[in-house]
Structure formats: structure tokens, C-alpha cells
Design a protein around this ligand. Structure first.
Ligand SMILES: [Zn+2]
Length: 444
């Protein structure tokens, strides 16, 4: 009987089981540790089996094939902890009489484009925090089974939200604790790795207010309890302070945005709440803004440095998908540094801390024996200048070299999407503030 041989587009034709050595002028084994000069990483199959100075390479490995990158830096593959993989689908549509017939397939294909663009800028793991049709789960499986090449995917499926709440169109509206339990179980059945919930409204869904909480603490607690019972971590989208507080009280593992918007729509940082987030070890992404300096009064401007100084575990979740093209990820790293986060902490947020936030502690984010062989080779030294990440010489995902697609460049502040997004945010907030003025909730 003829055997089926799947094409392996974009994957290195070398059998993945061939052990090999990658070496460079310096190797960052773990962000925050001093780099190893003239270091080497030995890869066997999908895993790392040895790391250290090239001069101390064990005898057994001496004859392995070797790729040397003089002047370059090897570091753990980068991680995006807050992506929306199918979102190109809403920006582009098939040119046919009834595009609605193609929504699911189009979303899946668009997920491939986003994921491959991310991998092409060195993102070897992508945590999807919301994807309609469970396209992220299907993509994870497609990559794992060799249907195509791409980053490791950690998938949330559609975000749980209230009826008519933020991102309701992704298809997971829930309105009671029974609904919530059922939805978490259905997500489990569909194969998600984590559960994402919209704890507040958002800027991108009509008639939802980002400063308003959507769920009660009790509802969120049930969601967390059920997710944890099924071995899944939880992430909450939360702009408003009340929604953040409820998510913290309910025990969520990850907070996206953490904008601390008060009832008046203005940012009002709650230090006591930040300290509780730090104490509980909750991971936080601040979603880097499209421009720097931030627009005055802009609620999505990063409080990254302030959160970091108070001990919050920051991660690099840049909302890629809501922000396009995906090369904005690298720009977001530079934005974090510009906002006051030390460079080495940006790298830590993008690697070891991000891995822990995605449930991959001990698997990714560090170069050490037993870890997945996920690494990138930057042409310069990212510890001296993050721009070194703009020029990658090699991208290795689970032991195999990923052949990057041509990267669509992100143009800060002038890209169509960046401008759209900033304007959308200002318009949405202006409109909402105007509504509040006309219809105060608590008339004076
Ligand atoms: Zn998002």
C-alpha cells in the first residue's frame, strides 16, 4: 500500500532527529543571566541536550554538524502571550457574492498568515487569547502534525463574554454560572489550552464600556475553578479598575491590558490593587501602544515600568492581530524599553516569564538541557540594542529551522492599522464620555 507523504512546506528538510550544534559569539541562556561568550547549543530532535562555552563541548558532540554565527547572539525564541490569530479575516474578505459562506475557512487561513508572520520575526510560541471557530486550536494541531510550519500555539478559542459584551461576535456568550461551566467544558472538549474571559468591555466592540465590569466576582470564580479543574490556566481581558479587581479576587492567572480606567474613562492607577496583583504572582501584559509618546490621557499607554517596579510579573502580550501587521511585536518590545523597563527585563518578559504565563515553564523560554529547542540567532547583541532583533540569522522551533516569510514591516504611527486603532480608541472613548454626560448613571 502506498504511504502518504505529507509535504513539509517551510520546514528544514533535514530530518529533525539529526543532532547538531548552533554556536555564536554569545549565548543568552536565560534573560537576566550573564551571556556565555563563544557559546554553543546542542540540539537533538526537538530538544536541547547541552549548552555552554564552545571550548567545553563534550567529546561525544565534537563531530556533529555545526552552524556557527560569528558576531551574533543566540537567545531563547520570543513569545507573544496575547495574540488574536484570525483577525486578518475581518480586515480582508474574499471577493465573492457571499463572503459569509467562507467565514470559518477564511479565519483559519488568516490565522496561518498571522502565526507565520510572528514566527518570521522570531516569535516561536504564540498564546492566542481569543480566536473565533477555535481556529487557534486547529492551527496548533496542524503545526503539531506537520501540515505546515509555524510557532508553537497555546490556544484559548473564543473568549467567554456576556451577551452583547466585548467580542461577542466570536461566539462564546455566557450569562450565568451554569452557562460558564458549560462553556468552559465545551472549550475543553474542543481542545483549548486555557480559558480567556472578557472581564470588562473593550474599545473595539460597539456599546461596551471598557471601564465597566461584565461579570460578577462569583461568575469569574466559577470560571477559574472550572478551568483549573480541567488543568487550564485563565486570562482576563480587563481595562477598568473594577473588572481588574474582580478578576484578581476570582483568582485569574493572567490579566490583559490592566489599564486601570475609572468610571470617568480616565486612567486612575490603584496602587493597592497593583500590589495585590504582584503578591499573587498574576501575569500582566500592558499591550504596547502604537505610538510613543502616548497620546495625552491615553488609557492604553503602558504603565509597564510602574507595574514592574512594584513587582508585577510583566509579559509581552502585544495584542497582535488587533495590532497588525505582526511585526509590531518587535516594535512593542522597544516600546516597553522606551516606557522605562530595563532592556534585560524586556527580554525576560518576552522569554522566561512569558513561557510561565503561557503554561510552559520548564518547556520554553530558557535554553537548557531538556527544554524545547526554540531559539533565535540575532545578528548583533540585543543586550546592547534591541534593534539586533530586527535582523535574525536563524529561527529554530522545536529543533527545526523555520524558513521565514518576507516580513510585512510595521510603521509606527503611520501604518493604516496603527492610525485606525488610535483614532478608534479616541473616538470610542469620546463617544462614551459624551453618552455619560448626556445620560449620567447617577444624576447629580
Ligand atoms: Zn486582545
Amino acid at each position: 500500500m502506498p504511504s502518504l507523504t505529507l509535504p513539509d512546506p517551510g520546514l528544514d528538510p533535514l530530518p529533525s532527529a539529526t543532532p547538531r550544534i548552533v554556536s555564536a559569539a554569545r549565548v543568552i541562556l536565560a534573560a537576566g543571566e550573564p551571556p556565555v561568550a563563544d557559546g554553543a547549543v546542542v540540539i537533538d530532535g526537538r530538544h536541547i541536550v547541552w549548552t555552554g562555552p564552545g571550548s567545553q563541548l563534550p567529546h561525544d558532540y565534537a563531530d556533529l554538524p555545526r552552524t556557527d554565527h560569528p558576531g551574533a547572539t543566540i537567545l531563547p525564541g520570543l513569545i507573544e502571550t496575547h495574540a488574536h490569530l484570525g483577525s486578518y479575516a475581518s480586515r480582508l474578505t474574499p471577493d465573492v457574492p457571499d463572503p459569509s459562506r467562507h467565514r470559518a475557512a477564511w479565519t483559519a487561513l488568516s490565522s496561518v498568515a498571522t502565526a507565520r508572520q510572528l514566527a518570521s520575526v522570531g516569535v516561536t510560541t504564540v498564546q492566542s487569547l481569543g480566536s473565533p471557530y477555535f481556529a487557534d486550536v486547529a492551527l496548533r494541531e496542524a503545526i503539531a502534525t506537520g501540515l505546515g510550519a509555524g510557532p508553537r500555539i497555546v490556544a484559548a478559542g473564543p473568549q467567554l463574554t456576556t451577551t452583547g459584551g466585548h467580542a461577542w461576535s466570536n461566539g462564546a456568550e455566557v450569562d450565568s454560572v451554569t452557562d460558564i461551566r458549560r462553556a468552559v467544558r465545551r472549550h475543553h472538549k474542543a481542545g483549548t489550552d486555557l480559558i480567556k474571559v472578557m472581564a470588562t468591555g473593550g474599545f473595539m466592540t460597539a456599546r461596551t464600556d471598557p471601564w465597566k465590569a461584565q461579570f460578577t466576582t462569583e461568575e469569574l470564580r466559577v470560571l477559574v475553578e472550572e478551568a483549573h479543574r480541567l488543568g487550564k490556566h485563565t486570562a482576563a481581558h480587563a481595562h477598568g479598575t473594577e473588572g481588574i479587581r474582580r478578576a484578581v479576587d476570582a483568582g485569574v492567572d493572567y490579566i490583559a491590558h490592566a489599564s486601570f480606567i475609572g468610571e470617568d474613562g480616565r486612567t486612575d492607577v490603584d496602587l493597592e490593587l497593583i500590589d495585590r496583583i504582584a503578591e499573587r504572582g498574576i501575569f500582566v501584559d500592558t499591550c504596547s501602544p502604537p505610538t510613543r509618546p502616548p497620546v495625552e490621557g491615553e488609557t492604553i499607554s503602558p504603565r509597564a515600568a510602574e507595574l514592574f517596579q512594584r513587582g508585577v510579573r510583566l509579559v509581552t502580550g502585544h495584542d497582535i492581530g488587533a495590532v497588525l501587521p505582526p511585526s509590531a511585536y518587535t516594535f512593542g518590545l522597544k516600546q516597553l524599553e522606551a516606557s522605562g523597563l530595563p532592556r534585560v527585563e524586556v527580554l525576560r518578559a518576552a522569554t522566561s516569564t512569558a513561557a510561565a504565563a503561557a503554561g510552559l515553564a520548564g518547556v520554553a523560554g530558557v535554553l537548557a538541557p531538556g527544554y524545547s529547542a526554540d531559539l533565535i540567532v540575532a545578528a548583533g547583541d540585543p543586550l546592547a540594542d534591541l534593534s539586533a532583533l530586527d535582523s535574525l540569522l536563524e529561527i529554530v522551533i522545536a529543533g527545526r529551522t523555520f524558513r521565514p516569510d518576507p516580513v510585512i514591516p510595521y510603521v509606527p504611527g503611520s501604518g493604516r492599522h496603527a492610525v485606525d486603532r488610535t483614532q478608534d480608541l479616541r473616538a470610542a472613548r469620546g463617544e462614551a464620555l459624551e453618552r455619560r454626560r448626556r445620560h449620567p448613571v447617577h444624576p447629580a
